[in-house]
Every structure is written in C-alpha cells, then in structure tokens.
Design a protein around this ligand. Structure first.
Ligand SMILES: *Cc1c(COP(=O)(O)O)cnc(C)c1O
Length: 396
C-alpha cells in the first residue's frame, strides 16, 4: 500500500500549520509565517478573531445542527442581513463555493424553465475561469487541467475569451440562459474584468432576457474594499455565488438571487443537509458583524492602496523578476517574468512569507482583511529581501 491516507490530490508543501494568530500562522515545528494567503482568501478576519471564535463556541454549545426540515431563525436572520446589504431578495446557504455556483447554475436554468423557455439552458462562461471542482463547475470552465479525465462532462456551457464582449455576444443563441463570470478572475491570475465588459454583459442580458450570474466566491465579501466586487462596476447581477470569506474560515457559501431570477426555485427543487445550519449561520453573522462595522471596508480599501503602492515601488528595483501589479483592494496579483509557483515556494521556505500562485505567473497577495500597516511593511521587507537573492531558473 503506497497511497496516503489523505487522498493525494494536493501537492502539499512542507508548511504544517497548527495554530494561527491574526495575520500569522505557526507551524508544527514552531516556525512563524506572515500569512498573506489567508487560506486562499478565506480567513477574512485573520486567525482566531475573538468575535468569530466566541460566536462559533457559543452556538456550538447551544445548537449546532437540526436539518432544513425545521424552521430556521438563525438562517432567516442571516439571509435577511445579506438581502438588506445586496441586490438580492433571497439566499440559498451552502457549505462551499462550488455548491454556491451549482445553486446559481440551477437557479438560472430553472428560471428559464419556469419562464416557458426550457431550451435556454446554456450558460456562457469564460476562458481560464474557476468555478469549483464538482462535475457541474468543472464543466463550466474551459481549463483542461481541471477537466482532463473526468469526461463526460455536462452539456450546457459555452466558452468565450475573458473580457471579450464581442466574442461573448457572438455565442448568444436561442439556447443561451445567460453568462457566468467572475468580475475579477482569481485562480485565473487576478484578472479584473474591464468595466465595458461587465456593463456590456449586463446590457446584453437586459436586451435578450438572459441572466447575469456572477461568481464572487473569491473577489466578494469585502476583499476589494466593497462588500462585492460588482459594486465597483455600477451593475447588479441576477444571481451571484459567494463563499470563501463569508464564514471567515467556517465552511459556508451562499447563492443570492433576485426574486425574479429565483422564480423557479420553489419547494422541493433544491436542498442541502448541512447548508446554512445554525453553526454556519453564527459564523456568517459574526463575520458580517465585523465587516459592517463603520470603517471596516474603508480600512480594506486603504490597506489595499498601501499594499499596491508598496508592490509598485518594488517593481523598478527588481524589474528582472517583477512585471506588474493587478487587482483591486486586498485582492492583488504580482505578475512575474518567470515561474510564480517557484517564487511562492521560495518566499515561503526561505523568507517565512505565505502567498498563493495563480495562473499567468501571478503571485496572489491576499492578506486577511484585518491586516495592518505594520504587516504590510514587514511583507515589503521580506518580499524585497527575497527578490534580491532570488535566482530564477535559467530556462524559466
Ligand atoms: C474557490 C472558488 C470556487 C470554489 O469554492 P470551493 O469552496 O472550493 O468549492 C468557486 N469560484 C471561485 C471564483 C473560487 O475562487
């Protein structure tokens, strides 16, 4: 027997965290890391935030799970807060991002079904998109590395180049249900959609009776300095998936929709055993309590500008390695001129700095949203020290 007990689907690195304190992680061997990865944009409040810890502990002792057979005072309260803060009229709670996207896909198909157009079943998605790892969500991307060997995949998706409005429009036909798009691609390399693209998709949807479905699992929930990234674009979606930061580390996701878009999602059409259980809702509410405190999102925006400025200032000093900075708020990407994965490993192993690589040789810089100026200074010092001594591979 040579297979590991944990199914070996992750190329795990040598860091083995056992404890977290704010913006730091502590490994099994006692090593301390500055965490600018946040569990891939999940630990919005950092590690061990007292408000979140207390809410989860209290709720665990009170009532953890009952099933969606019963009325849910906790779910109603949390959903109402999301409705009050967003474009949405209704929310389905899930345990993950992929499930939130699955619900969004089902909501879109079901809308057209209920609207008398069951033939409108195809969502147009975009190159290098990442929507999750279920069969449905890997069917929704054109990325071969996510799809290979899992065929047959689901029909009902068409793929256009990201940020190319004409190409998207050219794919619209009688079978189109709408568009599924990340306003800022995360895994694809921290690529923000242009305003023309997103507002153009909205316009096409309005003109043709299609649905705009946003995947804000990574770019949403305060990460860009607004609660959701689409707010920067002055548009609203019909349906939207959220997750990652929403539970601050507790597994939680949400599919938000307008009343019109959710018109097919009637009793019996969808469900989840755990989705939105009292414990998850307590975590979600604690995160929202902190995020809706006056000044929280302004802090994210301010730290985001500070971090971006810092990265931009470093580029000329290391212009053989660093290419450019992209992203918004605290969802930033440093594009390298060589392999990003190798540099991310170097930052981690030699300089105690955690970041995440993304497509297109981008180093994702996604600290907890509670990051402070001093952390950014420490980050800059470590990044700069690393860049000074780093030798890219000759054939990179
Ligand atoms: C992480 C992510 C998902 C999938 O979320 P899981 O919780 O891993 O299922 C979907 N869409 C985007 C944009 C993501 O970044």
């Amino acid at each position: 027997m040579s297979i590991t007990a944990l199914m070996p689907v992750y190329p795990r690195c040598g860091v083995r965290p056992v404890r977290g304190e704010g913006c730091y992680l502590i490994g099994e061997d006692g090593r301390r890391f500055l965490d600018f990865a946040s569990g891939i944009a999940v630990n919005a409040l950092g590690h061990g935030h007292p408000r979140l810890v207390r809410a989860i502990a209290d709720q665990a002792a009170t009532l953890m799970h009952v099933s969606n057979l019963y009325g849910s005072p906790q779910g109603e309260r949390f959903a109402q807060r999301l409705v009050d803060l967003t474009f949405a009229d209704t929310v389905f709670l899930t345990n993950s991002g992929a499930e939130a996207v699955e619900c969004a896909i089902k909501t879109a198909r079901r809308y057209h079904h209920a609207d008398g157009h069951p033939e409108r079943h195809t969502l147009i998605t975009f190159s290098n998109a990442f929507h999750g790892r279920t069969i449905g969500t890997i069917s929704a991307t054109d990325q071969a590395k996510l799809r290979d060997g899992f065929e047959p995949l689901l029909p009902g998706f068409a793929y256009a180049p990201f940020d190319d409005l004409d190409a998207a429009l050219a794919l619209v036909d009688d079978n189109t249900a709408g568009f599924l798009v990340e306003p800022i691609q995360g895994e694809g390399g921290v690529r923000p959609a242009s305003p023309e693209f997103l507002t153009g998709l909205r316009r096409i949807c309005d003109e043709r009776g299609l649905l705009l479905v946003l995947d804000e699992v990574q770019c949403g929930y305060g990460r860009t300095g607004r609660l959701f990234a689409h707010e920067h674009y002055g548009i609203v979606p019909d349906v939207m998936a959220a997750a990652k930061g929403i539970g601050g580390g507790f597994p939680l996701g949400a599919c938000l929709a307008t009343e019109r878009a959710a018109k097919g999602m009637v009793a019996g059409t969808h469900g989840s055993t755990y989705g939105g259980n009292p414990l998850a809702c307590a975590a979600g509410e604690a995160v929202l309590d902190v995020m809706t405190e006056p000044g929280f999102l302004d802090h994210v925006a301010a730290m985001g500008s500070r971090l971006r400025q810092t990265l931009e200032q470093l580029i000329p000093n290391h212009d053989g390695l660093f290419d450019s900075v992209r992203g918004t708020g605290l969802m930033l990407g440093l594009k390298l001129k060589s392999d990003a994965r190798r540099f991310v490993a170097f930052l981690r192993d030699e300089h105690g700095l955690l970041t995440v690589s993304a497509g297109d040789n981008v180093v994702r810089v996604i600290p907890p949203l509670v990051v402070e100026e001093a952390h950014i200074v420490e980050f800059a010092e470590k990044l700069s020290a690393a860049a000074r001594v780093y030798v890219p591979e000759a054939d990179d």
